[in-house]
Design a binder for this molecule. Structure first.
Ligand code: ADP
Length: 314
């Protein structure tokens, strides 16, 4: 008999959630996350990301649907499924008056790992997350970035095969964000499947090989990041003229618009040359001092997919 194919790290089928107040947060979510994947779950506020994660991690009850983690059904074997998952919540939920080594080792204890082994594993995770020097200081004295790394160490201590992070870099500065990205890439490279939610599209574009976009309780896109970006037929560029221009040059192929700050916005077909644009501008006597992409490409796509949420800007 041929060997059975490996089950996906996560399989969700027909997931529905109606809260007591009648809000239909999930309206039939299907999702497959392959083993070893780095997967992004994106969507505007209120789309259903936290609800999905809450159900996968058994913190929220589902109304209907099924979930398997590496082939283990989370309803039939919640304990078995939980051992396979590490979760890093969005909010800092550390006991501020405990020490990192204790916090991480104690978490291992919740999974029935004997104390001696728990301490060894905690030490390893703290070393990995660059927190070994801080193992015996009060958690509250750690910087914001260190607290987040501590939460990741805590989530990894029982050796989960799937790590789920809810907005791992929300509200942190760019340096901490980049350091966190590096750690997450290392964790993924070590074989752990990662799913994260984020509203920083740059984060998804940088880290995730596959992206699902959820909107109003439904998956509206689920594809690899590259094909998602290729869906964009055009890119928008902003050109800053050396001298202010009174009138938009005639550029029918580029749909130019004059912005309030005097810059010119143009649409440029992906893959085509920009030379023509500059030649036309040159002929019209418009000299350009600088040029930039209007938005991160994924951001443009995201806004297009969730167009009915004009208030959502990442
Ligand atoms: P996201 O994480 O994408 O921002 P959520 O899963 O938190 O979205 O929310 C999805 C929808 O469910 C929203 O309309 C939200 O207001 C609603 N919701 C979330 N949690 C609760 C709750 N505990 N009780 C009632 N409604 C909720």
């Amino acid at each position: 008999m041929p060997p059975k194919p490996a089950p996906p790290a996560l399989r969700i089928r027909g997931l529905r959630k109606t809260y007591k107040n009648g809000v239909e947060a999930l309206q039939g979510v299907d999702l497959d996350v392959a083993q070893g994947e780095f997967y992004g779950l994106l969507g505007p506020n209120g789309a259903g990301k936290s609800t999905t994660i809450g159900i996968v991690t058994s913190l929220v009850n589902r109304s209907a649907g099924s979930i398997e983690v590496f082939g283990v059904d989370t309803e039939n074997d919640p304990g078995g499924a939980k051992r396979l998952i590490g979760i890093v919540p969005q909010e800092l939920n550390l006991n501020q008056f405990e020490k990192p080594l204790h916090i991480v080792a104690q978490q291992a204890g919740y999974y029935g790992i004997p104390w001696r082994e728990a301490r060894e594993r905690a030490a390893e995770c703290l070393q990995w997350m660059g927190l070994w020097d801080k193992r015996t200081v009060m958690a509250r004295s750690l910087s914001g970035g260190m607290k987040r790394r501590l939460m990741i160490a805590r989530a990894l201590v029982h050796g989960p095969r799937l790590l789920i992070l809810d907005e791992p870099t929300a509200g942190v500065d760019i340096e901490i964000r980049r350091a966190t990205w590096e750690l997450l890439e290392q964790i993924n490279a070590s074989g752990t499947t990662i799913i994260l939610t984020t509203h920083y599209l740059e984060e998804a574009e940088q880290l995730c090989r596959r992206i699902a976009i959820i909107d109003r309780g439904r998956i509206v896109q689920d594809t690899d990041t590259r094909s998602l970006l290729q869906q964009l037929a055009t890119e928008t560029f902003v050109l800053d003229p050396v001298e202010p221009i009174a009138e938009i040059p005639d550029l029918p192929d580029f749909a130019p618009r004059l912005r309030a700050d005097g810059s010119i916005e143009v649409e440029h077909a992906r893959g085509s040359s920009l030379n023509e644009l500059f030649q036309v501008l040159d002929r019209a006597g418009v000299r350009i001092a600088s040029m930039r992409n209007k938005a991160n490409r994924l951001e443009e796509l995201f806004l297009r997919l969730v167009e009915h949420h004009p208030e959502v800007r990442p």
